[in-house]
Design a protein. Structure first.
Length: 284
């Protein structure tokens, strides 16, 4: 189970081959340290960037230079957030609670708003589920669990001369969204609209320190096995999304299992196990 530093020197990475390797890595290295955040990606090639930056950053950079004064990155975000505040009137669960702008972004994030925030969770197993639940095979044939410590990055930043920028960890108004409680959600916000990888490469001096960013890659052929383990831990769409969306996605997963069951039952591994169950019994 050897971790290696990626060629970019930005993060450490490891590719698992078994469920046991995954469990040992998580529980030996991360689970007892509360500073770590976890995020699952369906495709290992995806960047750690917000939905707003993924969808709109390139378009903003193509705006005519003479218009950029009035349509800067920060100005577009301000307009976007003000529109969300206006369109949310009469629709909030707790309308009497005053929210700051960061809390407004966090609220919008969990209701589908394109924001500059990135979703994380305090649970590696919930993050793993998010990486795996979508049955669409990724182009890379690999799913990824990202692990990040904003706290470690901040410690490095404040001890540099001059003090460097760092990535902010953000809480959300939980009483506005029960999903966030179920998902143990957190957010990060990266300065300048960069992906976390870009920020660490261009704006951070990590030389001589332990990595603050890690990734565990899971081959696609392990997806079903890992999902069965997670389901046995009561991690599925019904528990992560305690609403009809969760019920619908859980039902979709049950259909996938039903359809693939016969194919799985016809495999050599199943037949071999079926006819050798006596190895579990003790004969006297």
């Amino acid at each position: 189970m050897d971790w290696k530093i990626n060629d970019t020197n930005i993060y450490a990475e490891f590719k698992v081959n078994t469920w046991l390797e995954f469990i040992e890595n998580i529980e030996n290295n991360f689970i007892d340290h509360k500073e770590f955040l976890f995020r699952g990606h369906r495709d290992s090639t995806w960047k750690l960037e917000s939905t707003f930056d993924r969808k709109y950053k390139d378009s903003l950079e193509k705006i005519e230079p003479r218009l950029r004064v009035d349509l800067s990155y920060d100005k577009i975000l301000e307009i976007h957030l003000n529109n969300f505040k206006k369109n949310s009137i009469g629709k909030r669960i707790n309308p009497n609670k005053n929210l700051n702008d960061t809390e407004w972004w966090a609220l919008g994030q969990h209701y589908g708003l394109d924001t500059p925030l990135l979703d994380w969770t305090l649970s590696p197993y919930i993050a793993l589920y998010f990486a795996l639940f979508n049955p669409t095979t990724p182009n890379s044939k690999t799913r990824t669990l990202w692990i990040f410590s904003p706290f470690a990055l901040q410690e490095i930043a404040i001890n540099q001369e001059p003090e460097a920028k760092f990535i902010y960890e953000i809480d959300s108004p939980i009483d506005e969204n029960v999903r966030l409680l179920s998902q143990k959600g957190k957010f990060t916000k990266t300065p300048n609209g960069k992906s976390i990888e870009e920020f660490l490469k261009e704006d951070s001096n990590l030389g001589g320190f332990s990595p603050v960013l890690y990734r565990i890659d899971i081959p696609e052929n392990l997806r079903d096995l890992f999902l069965r383990h997670l389901n046995s831990m009561n991690i599925n769409h019904s528990t992560i999304f305690p609403d009809l969306t969760g019920a619908s996605e859980l039902t979709n997963r049950e259909l996938e299992i039903l359809i693939t069951f016969k194919k799985w039952r016809d495999t050599e591994d199943f037949r071999k196990r079926l006819f050798t169950l006596d190895h579990l019994c003790h004969h006297h």
